[in-house]
Design a protein around this ligand. Structure first.
Ligand code: GTP
Ligand code: MG
Length: 491
């Protein structure tokens, strides 16, 4: 667009705006005149209504723009109830070793009365270099391979005021494929009294999320910009300002350091050859030491409550996922058991329609067993309703089920050799497997028998002809039918 045209448009827009303003002013004046001409009682009523509207609008505006309050630390369940849940898991055969060890470590650290500080941050932000600077004589553990920390290691250091401190070097977070190591790092951060979060530049979205996660536990959190030597003082100041903005209400302190680290360079020798030399950069970590002194001034005992809360919150989450895993495995066993019974029932049905009776009883049993596993109370009426609804779904979807079963018969030749009735039996295996999986997933997510949700999942699963699932069901059918035709003889 040419400059003239743009000017013309701007002038037109301005004229339109002016005209609108005049019109609005004129309208306002007319309204004011009419308002003044009203009787006094109507003036007061209208004025009152307008005032209420204005107050409501101001309240909404304030609510939208109000400064956000600091979030309260994550609350953890009490230790007794956690121990009870872990005990129940152990009784159900789950591997609870790691959870028990975490509780043991919680007690061990409390008894040691020492201050624990964990370094945390993305890979290569300089955590191990900072350990070297804080504990110059530390022998960095042999698990540091190729410069990347693979495991958690502890070092004994001293704070400027002479108090001993245990520093934890942890693997860097957000490394692709390093999820297991990141979990190690996060668990160690929870076990510490204070966390130093290292970064080497402005924070990415992921880093801010990580910081928030740490801050939610309410422990002292220091956001430390490392490699300060790489920036000019003006750049450093603006970086620190940005970090302060990003971490407002999250980090206790924001500061910059140089952990040092080392660099390689080529040295030219007198004979014309070159050699590669490693040189340590001079660390500058005074501000961090002072900040550590300050945030840990209340001592290990003073920070123990928050530390314990963080460890228990982490344990709560880990116990929860082990519970879900154990339950899912148990649900799978139940579903298999009922699918197998359904196969046998289908083969055994002699009178027409008698299979429906058998399968109805089995469907009720499956629903009850799964509801009990997920601790969901269901009435007989609810179960009947669900089974009824599943039947309807199956009636309308029977052609899909038969098509999937027919394809399976072709894909798994072992099935075909079993003779007549096997298509029917396999179809029931598919139905019960789908119904069980749909119910288990719905119960786990909703903690209730939600017919609509379970029904929708059932429809989806009935049409899911995933080959590994069908192979499993084919094997199940072959085994069940063979066993029925040829029962194993006792010893
Ligand atoms: N310029 C500069 N480089 C540094 C500084 N601190 C560390 N480095 C360099 O940063 C790189 C990574 O340092 P590490 O200490 O191994 O980093 P890390 O966070 O332990 O890395 P991971 O264990 O992989 O997570 C090394 O090349 C260090 O020399 C610093 O203060 N300034
Ligand atoms: Mg490291």
């Amino acid at each position: 667009m040419s400059r003239r045209l743009r000017l013309l448009f701007t002038a037109l827009a301005l004229a339109a705006l002016l005209w609108l303003l005049f019109a609005a002013a004129e309208r306002a004046l007319a309204l004011a005149q009419r308002f003044l001409a009203l009787p006094a009682w109507l003036q007061w009523t209208l004025g009152g209504v307008l005032a209420v509207f204005a107050a409501a609008a101001l309240t909404v505006l304030w609510w939208l723009l109000r400064p956000r309050r600091r979030r309260r630390p994550v609350t953890a369940p009490d230790r007794g109830s956690l121990e009870q849940r872990i005990g129940q898991l152990r009784e159900r055969g789950a591997d609870t070793g790691a959870l028990a060890m975490e509780l043991g470590e919680l007690d061990r650290r409390r008894a040691s009365a020492r201050i624990y500080v964990a370094l945390f941050g993305e890979i290569s932000t300089g955590k191990s270099s900072l350990i070297r600077a804080l504990v110059p004589h530390a022998q960095l553990a042999s698990d540091v391979r190729g410069g990347t920390t693979r495991d958690v290691a502890h070092y004994d250091g001293t704070l400027p005021d002479g108090r001993p401190v245990v520093l934890a070097d942890v693997p860097g977070s957000r490394e692709s494929g390093g999820e297991a190591r990141e979990t190690l790092a996060r668990e160690e951060a929870l076990r510490a009294h204070a966390v130093v979060y290292l970064c080497a530049g402005d924070l990415s979205r992921g880093q801010v999320d990580e910081l928030r996660w740490l801050a939610d536990f309410g422990k002292p959190l220091l956001l430390v910009l490392n490699k300060a030597d790489q920036w000019s003082s003006i750049e450093l100041e603006s970086l620190l300002n940005r970090l302060r903005q990003h971490s407002r209400g999250i980090a206790s302190t924001v500061l910059a350091i140089s952990a040092g680290g080392s660099e390689r360079y080529q040295r030219h020798l007198a004979d014309g050859s070159t050699e590669s030399v490693e040189r340590r950069r001079q660390p500058a970590i005074g501000t961090l030491l002072q900040a550590l002194d300050r945030v840990t001034a209340v001592g290990a005992e003073g920070l123990e409550g928050l530390r314990e809360n963080a460890v228990l919150a982490g344990l709560h989450q880990r116990t929860g996922s082990l519970e879900a895993q154990t339950r899912a495995a148990e649900a799978e066993r139940i579903v298999r058991k009922y699918a197998r019974r359904a196969i046998v029932g289908a083969m055994a049905a002699v009178a027409p329609g008698s299979d429906l009776v058998i399968q109805g009883v089995l469907a009720t049993g499956l629903t009850r067993a799964l509801a009990e596993l997920y601790g969901v109370k269901v009435s007989d009426v609810q179960i009947d309703d669900f089974v009824q609804q599943a039947r309807l779904t199956l009636r309308t979807g029977s052609s899909i089920v038969l098509a999937v079963a027919g394809n399976a018969l072709k894909a798994f030749p072992g099935l075909g050799t079993l003779g007549g009735g096997v298509l029917h039996a396999f179809a029931y295996a598919l139905i019960f497997d789908s119904m069980g999986r749909a119910l288990a997933a719905s119960l786990a997510e909703r903690q209730a028998l939600d017919q609509d949700d379970a029904g929708a999942r059932l429809k989806e699963l009935l049409a899911d002809a995933g080959s590994s699932r069908l192979r499993q069901l084919a094997t199940l059918t072959i085994d069940a039918v063979r066993e029925r035709n040829d029962p194993p003889t006792g010893p």
